[in-house]
Design a protein around this ligand. Sequence first.
Ligand code: SF4
Ligand code: SF4
Length: 358
Amino acid sequence: MYDVRCTMYDVRCMMYDVRCTMYDVRCTMYDVRCMMYDVRCTMYDVRCTPFHHFLMKEEIRRLALELGFDVCGFAAARPMDHLRDFYGQFINEERQASMAYLKRYTTQRLDPDILLPGVKTVIALLMNYYPPELITEQDNFIISKYAYGKQYPPYIKKKLKPLAEFIDSSGKTTSKSKIFVDSGPVLEKAWAGRCGIGWQGKNTVIINPSRGSFFFIGIILTSLEIEPDAAETDHCGTCTRCMEACPTGAIDRPYQLNIRRCISYCNIVDKGEMADDIRLKLGHRIFGCDICQDVCPYNRFAKPTAEKHFHPSEALKNMRRNDWLSLTEAEFKTLFEESSVSERGYEGLLRNVMECCR
Ligand code: SF4
Ligand code: SF4
């Protein structure tokens, strides 16, 4: 209550004393005033617009970490004009494959102000899902690490909600906020880059330079103005490991994915018949593919997540090849209750098992 400190503007209040050597703010007893930065103190109340926003930013970051997020960054909510041509070409070339929703709401995707009129800031957050132990690939089929635990969108939304409520009820400002987790026309990866929490690698995944890429992304749009962080820069350099390791050649150009050739698309999203040349490269992958992330040198920094929600169940850890081959619908439901795999359905997963065996 009485001890306020701001390293940026060097403001300090110990009881009634506020001082800023840099901008010459002084408080003797109850009165503080700075015309330049609008600092006012009546009794115990210190107000300064940039100072307050700086404190808010640190408070939001602190609360985000408390809620289980690993990284949190801020960007000004300007339209993604630089992606307009790229996205237009993506749609013109039908690169969205069967994901028709990517063709809709293009203007909203590029301009957050349409999604939340008056939006000033985009907050991007990462939540780690790297498992504490990898499920053996010996005598087994393989599912992607992101699907080891329970579904992530509802869980992450539940975590973002108190953060958005905190922002909107901060008391010193009136703001409105909206949250998104794989749930609206938002370019999450592009925002993560702008917010400075990672860059989109040649494998098209968001990579944090000190933590790797096994993360889910959450987004908050807010009308509260917060000082932006510096955007992250590309650290792929001359590395092409992901492109070389991809078994189907789906990363046919750096930073671009030929979705139709990506195993994750073919065994998670697409319900059509699998092309022979993809099927021959499946290996034992029955749900997703992590190869281009596993080989990325930045994932040597990946640490096990503390979020039990994303840990695999004992039953899943104990599954072996013969268990998959004889899996019944009832067993499937128990095994993948609340899991992303449940969206693929029993028949869909079985089809993938069979494709791996052909
Ligand atoms: S997920 Fe697998 S198939 Fe898709 S791009 Fe990465 S390595 Fe290639
Ligand atoms: S493997 Fe290399 S090129 Fe691919 S995303 Fe990682 S750093 Fe970038």
